[in-house]
Write a protein that binds this ligand. Structure first.
Ligand SMILES: C[S@@+](CC[C@H](N)C(=O)[O-])C[C@H]1O[C@@H](n2cnc3c(N)ncnc32)[C@H](O)[C@@H]1O
Length: 272
């Protein structure tokens, strides 16, 4: 797990984000969720997907939700902002968690949005302590998927819903690397959707919603071409999170989607 941790641990990330905001002329006292979107929503279809998932979740203002693998917390904050719920985000990367806390303070959302650095395989919360769980594109880095989903099941209250939006394998192998979640195959553990579904039910969940989003992901990446020469990167973008080879990673993701090597699944699983 160490190499996964270091993949997601860029140096001086907060200051780089602040520099980016300055370069595009943002007044730091007026930064909004929308301003941060290019860098803090690190998943396929970004904030559009987050808003779809919020609708799907039925989470409400009286709830406390756990965001597992929250990254720097863009969708954690959006979830709280749109629904009024309290959200606790956890992530393996201490650097991301530090940045998540500082960005949340910048937006003055720290009362309802908290963070904690830990592994999804050892969640430091009591049984039955959350009304809902939310996890966006983390499973790819987790080999022990049953261990992760059992932890999700344990901390969720009975009847609670887990909203998962996850990259899975597909009909064809191997996957082209690097991809946004992994530099090479040693960091990526993809199951085909039907096996992923089996692991979710093995952890004790009932599947309430199962939507294949691969077509939408293919459309989102349809225009991505093979990068040539020096990358022309924006001031704010997910390259700050995982490196300047992001255009190669995006191109490989496009190929993997089009050649049915990876798929994208949105699901809601309910604790019995
Ligand atoms: C592709 S990013 C997605 C981040 C965030 N959910 C988002 O959509 O912006 C994957 C995240 O999973 C985290 N992660 C990977 N393995 C993990 C583990 N075992 N426990 C907790 N977080 C993990 C990484 O540190 C990274 O922040």
């Amino acid at each position: 797990m160490k190499h996964i941790h270091s993949y997601y641990s860029p140096n001086d990330l907060y200051n780089k984000i602040i520099e980016g905001l300055n370069e595009i002329g943002k007044d730091l006292s007026k930064v909004t969720l929308d301003d941060l979107q290019p860098v803090d929503e690190f998943h396929i279809r970004g904030d559009i997907a987050t808003r779809d998932l919020i609708k799907l979740s039925n989470f409400t203002s009286d709830m406390h939700i756990l965001d597992v693998g929250c990254g720097v917390g863009g969708s954690t904050r959006r979830l709280s902002h749109e629904t009024g719920c309290c959200v606790t985000g956890i992530d393996l990367s201490d650097e991301y968690i530090d940045v998540a806390e500082r960005l949340t303070q910048l937006l003055n959302m720290q009362e309802r949005v908290k963070f904690h650095a830990c592994s999804a395989l050892a969640v430091p919360f009591e049984d039955n302590s959350f009304d809902g769980v939310w996890s966006i594109q983390m499973n790819m880095n987790v080999e022990d998927k049953l261990g992760w989903l059992k932890e999700v099941y344990r901390v969720l209250k009975p009847g609670g819903r887990a909203v998962l939006y996850e990259v899975c394998g597909h009909k064809n192998t191997p996957v082209y690397f690097p991809v946004p979640w992994a530099q090479d195959s040693s960091m990526s553990f993809l199951l085909p959707p039907e096996l992923f579904r089996d692991v979710i039910t093995s952890a004790g969940f009932d599947i309430e919603v199962w939507n294949d989003k691969t077509g939408l992901a293919q459309k989102a990446f349809a225009q991505v071409t093979e990068p040539k020469g020096e990358p022309d990167l924006p001031e704010l973008g997910v390259h700050l999170l995982v490196g300047n080879d992001i255009l190669t990673k995006a191109y490989n993701l496009h190929r993997n989607l089009d050649e049915e090597r990876v798929s994208l699944i949105e699901t809601v699983a309910v604790k019995r």
